[in-house]
Design a protein around this ligand. Structure first.
Ligand code: ATP
Length: 237
């Protein structure tokens, strides 16, 4: 059996954990890809799907379309060559807004017995209590929170966030495999000082490919150049 089909067999088991990492991926970069792959390996997750969100209706800057973001995501995942990683299109193909609660509900309907694990950078998790139906999210999935340069995972443990983590925090990877939802696990990955904002700004500033190749896979950069993406300066808000 090839490594890819071995992963496929493991991942489709009715109790195999299914991890998801949501984002705009505008564009996908090595930061996303490396932390996703490292987390899947460390937490023994046979499948981690990257889930691009719909473009917000009132977007304030030029960027790639949903289809282009998805194309780039697929190119980036192929460049990484980790059989655990997939692109998931359910948020951009459905009619309703990209609320994580809706996404997790549809996954829970499809996979009633699999642990669902939402992997998220600490910068995003610090705002979780402002998300649509945020308490419901913990009835649907576990959360794995990753460090990001400028943010330590321990920031989650502030008193203001106690409502989010108290009674949910675990240090036990097995707990993420043994139950289907409800736990918060803080995971430290190799720091990746890369953001999509910095990439878009670098391109808008007219920098050559050399400055960008350390930040995102070459096929993603080739796609950006072929489609003339991110060449306009961001609109100030
Ligand atoms: P932007 O600069 O446009 O806000 P971004 O680089 O933060 O984009 P997103 O698509 O918004 O990328 O991020 C998706 C998810 O990946 C979020 O949970 C975010 O915290 C996480 N993430 C993105 N980049 C990193 C990184 N370098 N290290 C750790 N987590 C990251």
């Amino acid at each position: 059996m090839s490594l890819a089909s071995e992963f496929q067999a493991q991942a489709s088991h009715p109790t195999a954990p299914l991890a998801l990492m949501g984002g705009t991926f505008d564009p996908v970069h090595w930061g996303h890809l490396r932390v996703a792959s490292e987390t899947a390996a460390a937490l023994r997750l046979p499948e981690l799907r990257l889930v691009p969100s719909k473009t917000p209706v009132h977007r304030t800057r030029p960027g790639a379309t949903e289809a282009q973001r998805f194309d780039m995501l697929e190119l980036g995942i192929s460049a990484l060559n980790d059989p655990a990683l997939r692109a998931e299109n359910r948020e951009i193909t459905r009619a309703t807004p990209s609320y994580t609660a809706f996404t997790l509900e549809s996954l829970r309907t499809e996979f009633p017995t699999r642990p669902l694990i939402w992997v998220i950078g600490v910068d995003a998790f610090l705002h979780i209590h402002t998300w649509f139906q945020w308490r419901r999210l913990f009835e649907l999935a576990h959360f794995v929170v990753l460090n990001r340069p400028g943010f330590a995972v321990s920031q989650v443990l502030s008193l203001e966030m106690a409502d989010v983590w108290q009674g949910r925090l675990t240090r036990d990877i097995d707990a993420l495999h043994a139950t289907t939802h409800g736990r918060v696990y803080l995971h430290t990955v190799t720091p990746q000082a890369i953001s999509a904002t910095a990439i878009r700004n670098t391109i808008a500033a007219g920098e050559a490919d050399q400055a960008l190749l350390a930040l995102l896979p070459a096929p993603v950069l080739a796609y950006i150049r072929a489609h003339h993406l991110y060449t306009q300066s961001p609109i100030a808000t």
